[in-house]
Structures are given as C-alpha cells and as structure tokens.
Design a protein around this ligand. Sequence first.
Ligand code: PMT
Length: 400
Amino acid sequence: MQQLNNKHIILGVTGGIAAYKSAEVIRRLRDYGADVRVVMTDAAREFITPLTLQALSGNPVHHSLLDTEAEAAMGHIELARWADLVLVAPASANFMARLASGRADDLLTTLCLATEATIAIAPAMNQAMWRNSSTQTNLNTLQQKDIVIMGPGEGVQACGDVGPGRMLEADQIAELAAAQFQTALLDGINLVITAGPTREAIDPVRYISNHSSGKMGFALAQAAIEAGASVTLITGPVALPTPERAQRIDIESAEQMHDAALAQMGHCDIFIACAAVADYRPRQVAEQKIKKSTESLSIELTRNPDIVSAVASHPQRPFTVGFAAETQQVEHYARKKLQHKNLDLIIANDVSNTEIGFNSDLNAVTIICAENEKTLPQATKQQLARTLIAEVATRYKAKS
Ligand code: PMT
C-alpha cells in the first residue's frame, strides 16, 4: 500500500471503548510508511493514555487548543495544513454530532474546520445509538459535506448488544485510508517523467553534476500512479526507492536520458521533464584518470541535446510539461522557456531559496501556460505533486 508512503495523517481519537483499537490503527498506518500525528479529545484520554499513542506514533500527542507550548511547536492551523488526511477513528456519536454542526470547541473539531485535506471517520458506538434518527441525520449531513464514512461494521458489541456500530478493524481502516489517495484522473494514460541530476563524465572517476535529489520527480511519479497513470520514470543517479508500479529506467548522462526519453515516443501521452539536466558536457572524456600535473586545467564543454525540446518537436508529440529552475526573474525566464521549448506548461521554482527546490523536502512553484499562471505556496513535494498532477490532468484533457 504505497499510497500511504510519506503521507501525513492526523489520527483523531474520540471517547469510546474502541479507542484501544486506535493503537493498532497507528501501527498499520506506520507500517505502510505514513507519518501519523494523534489528536485526542478529553474523553478519549479516559480510555487510552496519550503516552501509548505517542510511543506508537513517534510524535507528541496533541489535545488542547489552548496549550500555548503545543501551539508554539505546531499550532492548530499548521497541523491542519500539514495533514494529507484527517482520519477520526473511533468517531463517537457525540463527535459526529459536533462535526455535523460545524462546532470548533476543541482541537479536533477546530482542525476539521481548518483543514483542506479529506476528512474520514470510522464511527464506533452502541447499535441503538447508531440507529438513532439523530445519529442518522448527522450521518447524512456529514456525507453531504463529502466526509468519508468508514463502516461501521456489525457484530457483538462491548456492551453485549449485537448489531451495527462496531469500529472497522485496523487493517480495513488502513486500506480505506490508502484508497483516499487513489484518484482516477489519469486512468489509461501513459506518463513519462524525468527526474534527478545527470552526470557528465570528465574522466573515469570525475564528473560534472548538480544538487538534484530526484525528490520532486519521484513525488510526481507517485502522484501520477495514484491518479491511475502508467508511469515510466527516467532517472539520473539518486538515492530514492522506486515508487511501486513505476517502470524505472536508470541513466547517467544527458545523452542517455535523451535516448531513453525519445524511445518512449509513440506510447507516451504526457511527458514531464523534472530532471536537472546538465546543459554542457566535456567535449572529450579522458580515458585514464587525469593527473595533477599543472597549476590550472581547462576542460572544454560542448552543448548537450535539449531533451524536453526534442520531445516537444517530435512527430508523436505528447502533452509536454517542463520545469524551470531559476535564481532570478523566475517567471520571466520560465515564460521564455515555455515559448522556446514549445511546451504546453512550465512549472517554475525559485532555486535561490535554499528552503525549497534542490534537495529539499519542500517546494513552492508557479504553473505557467500561454494564457495564465497559478502560484502554489510552499508545501511538501508530495503535496505539491498531487496538485500538479491534478492540474496537468485537467489541462491535458482540455487540450485533447
Ligand atoms: O530533484 P530535487 O532535489 O527534488 O529538485 C527539484 C528540481 C529543483 C530539480 C526541480 O523542481 C526542477 O526545477 N527541475 C528542472 C531543473 C532544470 O534543469 O531546469 P532548467 O530551467 O535548467 O531546464 C528547463 C527545462 O528543460 C527542464 O524541464 C529540464 O528538465 C529541461 N532540460 C534542460 C536541459 C536539457 N539539456 N534538457 C532538458 O530537457
């Protein structure tokens, strides 16, 4: 379940006997690579200790809206923005009522109001409470607000009753959480992404390269897979695991990346050039290690082929998206590249800001096309990648 890998999940725990199962939910989510932060209501703390959930999640447990120390570490708005998914398990009847009426009287309900992430709840309560018309009305309201309802299951309850109201098992909840990241935006689409740096050999032991880590390109590959695309990832040397279901092609030099990219033409619908390709390579590669004999050494460089331009001018041209890594006049230079390289879209990032761009977990970008532009504020590369893939999918469909 790679859809959960590196996802930021807030697990809300409310008061009910099923709160003990939230410990197992945390374990499952973490097994699948999610980063989990727990938010507990007052009532939840009567059923399971924050210490247990802190130990299992590996993060401090949040519970109070008015705790200045906790707010200083990660405030409720920051938490709301951090989340890719807010999952409340167990969700009590009282919590469902408060969520349905839009209350913001504790940290968890406030977070739910403040987040733009999907909210999912796994109800857990006595069968009569579940069947009660008030709960059913609240359930309707929550469904209308696009809140995902996981379960409940049926069976013997802690109170001895039999019927609907049991919280789903941790495995089922983790699977449903993973499904929230699966969209069908790019079903049936073949997408090729270049990522990472290229290395241009000087001699058998030295090369020219750059600081690209591949994180942005790999995040795009993961997001495209979750959107249903078949993804080919052409990558320079990076230390990242291959996203599950991506076909990975490893290359070293710009010329190798060029050949690998052009070999995909004819069965590529969308091409995204995220790699930091060296514009130049040494004209001659020394056969033996160059010896330190002179005070200075000149290496003559020659231009590398422009991969994304070659793709955009190919007879079987896919929808072509470039990136622009700039240190000044970012949007101006990006627009020039959009035109010169004949792209459908360019994604500009300011790589003079060391907090974002090369080798950072964060980025901030502007999507530019001939008609307009759209700025996406700083976020993790995973979060940005999901938005970028949704934008690319919309514009690709509009064009074709
Ligand atoms: O890998 P990370 O550490 O996560 O960092 C991400 C990133 C900063 C590398 C990424 O967000 C990014 O900006 N990638 C493009 C880097 C780049 O080379 O930009 P450029 O402005 O020099 O090139 C413009 C476009 O032409 C890019 O799409 C590039 O892939 C492409 N290009 C450039 C040269 C060349 N010979 N062939 C190309 O296809």
